[in-house]
Design a binder for this molecule. Structure first.
Ligand SMILES: NC(=O)c1ccc[n+]([C@@H]2O[C@H](COP(=O)([O-])OP(=O)(O)OC[C@H]3O[C@@H](n4cnc5c(N)ncnc54)[C@H](O)[C@@H]3O)[C@@H](O)[C@H]2O)c1
Length: 258
């Protein structure tokens, strides 16, 4: 038996965090570093990514790198994975967290917005996971992908309409299971965390009348903090989940029970 600290330790691991300069990604980057992993902070804006990477290195004393990358751009994702390898080592943990929402009804959403949401949330997650996995497979190394879906993969949250987001996140859950099965022979595990309502910038700008409806429908009656997502990510990133692949972990204050 190993100690609980060893079970969750990421010493010797290198983690990529997409969407790593804000919200859940920025918070989880701290926890990955605090568990001992080197951390690559990836965001659309390189300056913000480098700034966040410097903060994590100063706070936790691990190797970090900040990289500008648009997850919908294949060349950008390929360059990002290569840069991580050269700067802090081959990444064996991917927190595939970048995502957007543009709540609009199915009847009104422009086709451009529909495609943009699918492009970031589904295509970006796929491209990043595949590029990460190809690198690991070429190096014959095991690894762990942690995708980010949502309660919106399982239920239709109210009162806003957001068919594109809901469809993209449901697809991320099924993509997770598909990749888990394809990559099991390479020792690459693929799992997904599905948060409920989390108090991040994404939600801090939402009308109070809407967030009140959300809180009335959440058994816990409050938002999660970004920190409350970290335990699930550490579980999937570490040896603690060595037998888990294709799993979805809902961290949602009970809302999907209803
Ligand atoms: N906050 C919630 O209540 C909640 C609930 C369920 C799921 N989620 C999911 O959690 C993840 C993180 O969300 P958050 O709440 O921290 O919001 P956030 O807006 O703070 O984080 C999303 C990050 O993704 C980045 N991003 C967007 N498009 C990108 C692109 N093309 N390339 C690279 N990076 C890009 C953004 O810059 C941002 O840093 C998202 O996938 C979101 O859908 C959030």
């Amino acid at each position: 038996m190993v100690s609980a600290a060893d079970l969750f330790s990421l010493k010797g691991n290198t983690a990529i965090v997409t969407g790593g300069t804000s919200g859940i990604g920025r918070c989880v980057a701290n926890y990955l570093a605090s568990a001992g992993a080197g951390v690559a902070i990836v965001a659309r804006h390189g300056d913000a990514a480098r700034q966040a990477a410097e903060e994590v290195a100063a706070e936790y004393g691990v190797k970090t790198v900040g990289i500008g990358c648009d997850v919908t751009d294949e060349a950008s994702v390929t360059a990002m994975v290569d840069t991580v390898s050269g700067a802090i080592g081959i990444a064996d943990v991917l927190f595939n967290n970048a995502g957007i929402n543009i709540p609009e009804t199915a009847l009104d959403v422009s086709y451009a917005d529909w495609k943009r949401i699918l492009d970031v949330n589904l295509n970006g997650a796929f491209l990043t996971a595949r590029t990460f996995a190809r690198k690991l497979i070429s190096e014959k190394k095991p690894g762990s992908v942690i995708n980010v879906a949502s309660i919106s993969a399982s239920i239709i949250v109210q009162p806003q309409s957001q068919a594109a987001y809901n469809a993209s996140k449901a697809a991320v859950v099924h993509l997770t299971k598909s990749l888990a099965i394809e990559w099991v022979k390479y020792g690459i595990r693929v799992n997904v965390v599905s948060p409920g309502y989390v108090w991040t910038e994404m939600n801090q700008i939402v009308d109070k009348k809407i967030t009140e409806v959300w809180m009335r429908s959440t058994p816990f009656g409050r938002f999660a903090t970004p920190d409350e997502m970290a335990g699930g990510v550490l579980y999937f990133a570490s040896k603690a989940s060595s037998y888990a692949t294709g799993s979805e972990l809902l961290i949602d204050g009970g809302i999907t029970c209803l």
